[in-house]
Design a protein around this ligand. Structure first.
Ligand code: FES
Length: 79
């Protein structure tokens, strides 16, 4: 399982079966394209995945969790 999938589970960040895969793919792209420097930047980048339902706080929380994990992993590799 990708760390972002696990983070979505942990943050209860699920939307419907159509939206959730798109949110997860966008979240991974956000990290790979280095757009996650602030909560506002995360919200702006993810704003293309909108619907009437809303787990948006959980989604941002999941993304921030993966960013924190990656930061911690990179610090461990540098030491
Ligand atoms: S969560 Fe998919 S349409 Fe709202």
């Amino acid at each position: 399982m990708h760390p972002m999938q696990q983070a979505f589970i942990d943050a209860d960040a699920f939307q419907c079966g159509y939206c959730t895969p798109g949110q997860i793919m966008s979240a991974i792209a956000l990290l790979e394209e280095d757009h996650a420097h602030s909560r506002e930047e995360i919200r702006e980048f993810m704003s293309g995945n909108l619907c009437r339902c809303g787990a948006y706080n959980g989604i941002v929380e999941a993304i921030e969790h993966v960013i924190a994990q990656q930061d911690q992993d990179s610090k461990g590799e540098a030491a």
